[in-house]
Unconditional design. Sequence first.
Length: 369
Amino acid sequence: MDNNISNLDELLEAYGFDKKPVSVDKITDGHINSTYVFDFGGEKYLFQHLNTNVFRRPVELMNNIVGITDFLRKIIAAKGGNPDRECLTVLPAKDGKPYYISQGGEFWRSFTYISGAHTIQTVKNAADFRAAAEAFGNFQRQLAGYPAESLAETIPNFHNTVSRLADFKKAVSDNISGRVENCKAEIDFILARESDCSVLTDMIERNELPLRVTHNDTKLNNVMFDNDTGKAICVVDLDTVMPGLSLYDFGDSIRFGASTAAEDEKDLDKVNFSMEYFRAYTEGYLSTAGKALTENEIKYLPFSAKLMTLECGMRFLGDYINGDTYFGISYPEHNLVRARTQLKLVSEMEKYMPEMEKAVAEIRAELGI
Ligand code: GN1
Ligand code: MG
């Protein structure tokens, strides 16, 4: 039993449970929120303590999620699917609200638990990654008709790499933790790529890329896979669903999944970019979402992978320099280790750029897009 939840009884009462869970297990996949599985002896629920330092408008965020999941459930049901397994289901508190604010001011929410399913932390075979691509491609296609203007921006400028770079530079110049000395080479690596940061934002300004409803956090571990069929059934972690670029979702998936090692692997020799996984994901994604994409959205796929990886690297390094105030860490150098894997991947992607472009062209020809 994880006894991190000091207000367990209060939560149970707020959600109308009259018995205690037989077990409470913490899920450690995410870097932001604290997630627990409450098992009531068969019936399971997910409880999450939302990090309100990161998500500063939690009520609007939950309204987004209720709106999105209601919308998706109808589409899934109309197609003969099972909305309870293929979509997150918010469990309302006793008072009907999709969240509960505890007496101590903690923001909690609950979802029904999708049983018989698992997440994957590191890609072991191309087929799983292709399946994740199909799930994210479908997700994007299903949300194409969602009224984007009704969505609150849960984190402004989330993938605006220009503003991410400005934050990073500020972290370096403030140097509040005194850690800049430990990562001079990494800082220089990022600053040498300044011109990459504005490529997509400039295109948005010139109306060369369409804004869509996107997920914005398409890590492989934000997809659930069915234990029996191995199929990717449900896209989770909907906190950052906002208007964005399809390229953010594609690029972030490649960043995390087309690596041969975990995001926090310390041995950089093990961290390599996998062309095989890149190809598998691109095939899955273009086969589901491809026909709806514009020419620029396809052309910039390889670049988006590099940009999202660079952006994530600068976020990890910036947080390390700021003294670890954003991402959860398990040891003092954790964010530095994470940043190094991302920068290693960026340099590999730069080498593989022509091959990635060739692969996209071949896949387009195969699919007739
Ligand atoms: C965070 O919450 P989680 O672990 O799925 C972060 C993403 C990063 C990712 C890096 C709201 O995602 O943007 O890409 O860590 N989410 C937020 O692993 O900042
Ligand atoms: Mg997550």
